[in-house]
Every structure is written in structure tokens, then in C-alpha cells.
Design a protein around this ligand. Structure first.
Ligand SMILES: Cc1cc2nc3c(=O)[nH]c(=O)nc-3n(C[C@H](O)[C@H](O)[C@H](O)COP(=O)(O)OP(=O)(O)OC[C@H]3O[C@@H](n4cnc5c(N)ncnc54)[C@H](O)[C@@H]3O)c2cc1C
Length: 414
């Protein structure tokens, strides 16, 4: 941390990087900036460990984006997926190799924060950031951002990373624009051993009754995480879907230990990722796969990039250099995560119109199931698959055509 003299008797410390929010995005950003040797402060409004509404599905790209030496606290390892279409046409697909893992977010997120701390980041919990200011009386010079906490305390930084989730205040400062907002509802349901045994190693994915919706059962030992997600604005129908889903599964008799809801947000294509010395990442930036709403890998990957570029912004001496580094960050995000989001968006548009087709393909068409396995294991990504596999390109083009005509007819092999 450097010291800046705004006057002889007003010596104020300036952090190199202040990160707002200690979820996967913020912890990754803090880790990346701290391993680069910078003085980093990570601010979190909750006390840790904190609960986060989330399935806790860890796919290959999430695993690959973790800090070195990070041991995933898996509650289960998935080797089978039961697919159903609004409770009907159930079919289970199995895999010898693990497809993906399941974690509890409080434990996983806390472990990520501990890695950032070990790398040198300082943590303050129980502090809510109210706003950031890049001009005005709170800001001693043009190289500094003021981070104003609830209660009035002001901290100074040469760069700020906003990783404060889907209701992001820092995102509002940056002007993040949203293309899609969804509501996820979830229940953590403790179950007896016999029920837990039946689910061990197997998840359920149900294509839902509301366009673009789906539900899941993710087993975590003695507890099942059961959730549904759908476009925001369908609150009552989404709630009914979750209730029906739980009832159909024979789980209505078990009292959830936690019932909660949370919004997920996807950025519009032209949404900014920075403003001045402030970058945003993870849910705060609207970085999320639009079809599955998978966001942990997006948070980890964009968080790491944000931490790396925040270091360069902290070193930038003028507005031109700051802008150059911020553009580099945006370019890095768009070149990787942006491409994946674009494919996910096309898949969601097709899925909204033809969920039955997706169900038929995943349960009855081997290449589709293989693609699902490859993506969840992390041996490829949506973007890479479409770039390198002609069959994926043809399938996506066919889906685009069919989703453009609501009553088009398509088969999985077209
Ligand atoms: C129902 C549901 C299920 C999901 N399931 C999965 C899944 O299985 N797999 C997957 O990959 N993704 C899933 N996601 C998405 C995933 O949960 C998010 O994308 C991920 O949590 C984003 O991480 P983040 O670090 O950006 O934000 P968050 O995890 O939301 O972390 C933000 C942090 O910022 C803190 N904060 C907020 N405001 C302030 C403030 N003003 N000052 C200080 N701190 C602040 C919060 O307390 C929080 O700790 C799911 C989402 C939902 C809603």
C-alpha cells in the first residue's frame, strides 16, 4: 500500500486495489492482485461463511480456474443425470467418469477467501460499500477512487473491482446494462439416509413448464438442494413450479432448512465492464451463461482477469493509460466469456421454444449427451465446441432457424 500526501497533516493510506464483495469473483480478483504483490483490501458486507442461493455445481471450467493447491470441498461427485420434461419422460444417463462436482457455497466461498488472504489480501467483513466516487472532494487526486462505506468511512484505492453480485452497486456506478434477468428459487432439504442414498452421485434436471425454465436436484450428502430458475416477472409461476417439482419428487414431507431466492443477470452485448479506475466482474458485471445460468466459472474467470487488470490500472499514471488497461480487460473478458455467452444465448432462445427437442436430444441422441459430458467435465467449452466441431455448428444453425419459426419441425439429427 502506498501513502499519498494530500497535505502535510493529512496523510492517508491508499490501497492498490480494493475489491467489493467476497464471493467467487471477488475472492479470485483479490487473489490475483495479491499474488502480483499488491496491497489488496477485500470488503464483504456479510460475516463469513455466508449463505448464497446456488446449486453449487462445479463444472470443469470452475475447477480449472481455482488457485493452485485449492482442494474442492465436494459433497458429492456426479456420475449420472436423470433428465425429465416437466416431470415426464424421465431417462437417466450415466458416465464412468465424474461429470461435475457439488459443493456448499458457504464452505467453498470461505475457502476461496482464505486463499486470497494467504496470498496477502486483507479482509474486512461486516462492511457494506455504499458507493464509489472518482471525482469530488472525497477524492484527493485523479489516480484515486474513494470507496464510501455505510456509516460514512471512506477508503482510498488506485483501482476498485466491483464483485458485489447481482444487486451490484458498483455495477450501477459503471452503468452495467442487462439483457436478461432470471429468478432462481431454492430449498435446502435435509432427507433421511435412505432418500440420500437413492440420490447419491446422481442429479436430476427437469425442463420446466415456463419458457426457458428448468429445475434441478443436487444431492449434498444428507441434504438435497432443489431449485428452479425462470425469467424474472414470472414470480408466482416460478414458485408454483418449485412446489410442484418438490411434490412430484415425493419430497414435500421434508422441512427445508433454508428456502431462498436470488436473481441472476446477464449483461447486454454493449454493456460496459469498467468506468475509469473501476472494473466489474462476475454477477456484478452480468457475466453468466444465459442458458444454464452457470455463473461460478464466470465469476472465477472474470474475477481473476479483473484482479490482474486492476493491478495495471493501479499503476496507470494518466487517464489514457487507465483507459487502455480497462479496454484490455474488456477485450479479455469478451474474447473468452463473451463468446460462451453468445452461444448460450442462442441455446436459450431455441430452448425457450423447443424444450422437448433438447430433452429428446440429450436423452436419445448420443452426440448431444457427449457434448453435455465434455462441457461439464471441462474438456471443451460452448464456444470452442461451436468453433471446432462442424456437427455443433450445424446443430446450432438448425436450432437458430427453428427458433426463428415458432412452429418449425426439427429432429435431433438435423
Ligand atoms: C438459484 C441459483 C442457482 C445457481 N446454481 C449455480 C450452480 O449450480 N453453478 C454455478 O456455476 N452457478 C450457479 N448459480 C450462479 C452463481 O451462484 C453466481 O453466478 C455466483 O455466485 C456469482 O459469484 P459472484 O462472486 O459474482 O457473486 P456472489 O456470489 O453473489 O458474491 C457477491 C458478494 O458481494 C457481497 N456484497 C454485495 N453487496 C455488497 C456491498 N455493497 N458491500 C460489500 N459486499 C457486498 C455479497 O454479500 C456477496 O458475498 C446459481 C444462481 C442461482 C440464483
Amino acid at each position: 500500500m502506498s501513502s499519498e500526501n494530500s497535505s502535510a497533516d493529512d496523510v492517508r493510506q491508499v490501497w492498490d486495489v480494493v475489491v467489493v464483495g467476497a464471493g467467487p469473483a471477488g475472492a479470485s480478483a483479490a487473489y490475483a492482485a495479491a499474488v502480483a504483490g499488491r496491497r489488496v483490501l477485500l470488503l464483504e458486507k456479510a460475516e463469513l461463511p455466508r449463505y448464497k442461493t446456488c446449486g453449487g455445481g462445479i463444472i470443469g471450467p470452475s475447477r480449472d480456474a481455482l488457485p493452485p493447491g485449492f482442494e474442492l470441498p465436494f459433497k458429492d461427485r456426479v456420475h449420472a443425470v436423470t433428465f425429465s420434461h416437466n416431470g415426464r419422460f424421465s431417462r437417466t444417463r450415466r458416465s464412468k467418469q465424474m461429470l461435475f462436482g457439488l459443493i456448499n457455497r458457504p464452505e467453498f466461498d470461505q475457502q476461496l477467501v482464505e486463499h486470497a488472504q494467504k496470498a496477502g489480501a486483507e479482509l474486512r467483513t461486516g462492511v457494506t460499500v455504499q458507493r464509489v466516487e472518482q471525482h469530488g472532494s472525497a477524492v484527493p487526486d485523479r489516480r484515486t477512487v474513494a470507496v464510501v462505506l455505510q456509516g460514512g468511512e471512506t477508503l482510498l484505492a488506485h483501482a476498485v473491482v466491483g464483485a458485489d453480485g447481482s444487486a451490484s452497486r458498483i455495477g450501477a456506478h459503471v452503468g452495467v446494462k442487462l439483457g436478461q434477468v432470471d429468478l432462481g428459487l431454492e430449498a435446502e432439504i435435509p432427507v433421511p439416509e435412505t432418500v440420500a442414498e437413492d440420490w447419491k452421485g446422481r442429479v436430476l434436471i427437469d425442463w420446466g413448464p415456463i419458457p426457458g425454465s428448468y429445475g434441478w436436484v443436487f444431492p449434498k450428502g444428507d441434504t438435497l438442494t432443489v431449485g428452479v430458475i425462470s425469467a424474472r416477472g414470472e414470480g408466482a409461476a416460478t414458485k408454483r413450479y418449485l412446489e410442484d417439482f418438490i411434490g412430484r419428487l415425493g419430497l414435500a414431507g421434508f422441512e427445508p432448512s433454508i428456502s431462498s431466492g436470488h436473481l441472476t443477470r446477464c449483461r447486454a452485448d454493449d454493456s460496459p465492464l469498467s468506468r475509469g479506475r473501476v472494473l466489474v466482474c462476475g454477477d456484478a458485471a452480468g457475466l453468466l451463461e444465459p442458458w444454464t445460468r452457470e455463473g461460478i466459472s464466470f465469476a472465477l474467470r472474470s474475477g481473476r482477469l479483473a484482479g490482474e487488470w486492476a493491478v495495471r490500472i493501479a499503476e496507470a499514471h494518466d487517464a489514457v493509460d487507465t483507459r487502455r488497461q480497462a479496454l484490455n480487460y474488456a477485450f479479455a473478458v469478451k474474447a473468452g466469456l463473451g463468446v460462451e455467452m453468445a452461444v448460450g444465448k442462442r441455446l436459450l432462445q431455441a430452448f425457450e421454444r423447443r424444450p422437448g427437442l433438447f430433452h429428446a436430444a440429450l436423452t436419445g441422441f448420443r452426440p448431444a449427451w457427449r457434448a453435455f459430458m465434455d462441457i461439464t467435465r471441462g474438456s471443451t467449452s460452448l464456444g470452442e465446441m461451436v468453433r471446432t466441431r462442424p456437427i455443433a455448428q450445424r446443430a446450432l444453425a438448425a436450432l437458430d432457424r427453428r427458433s426463428a419459426t415458432a412452429d418449425g419441425e426439427v429432429t435431433p439429427s438435423s
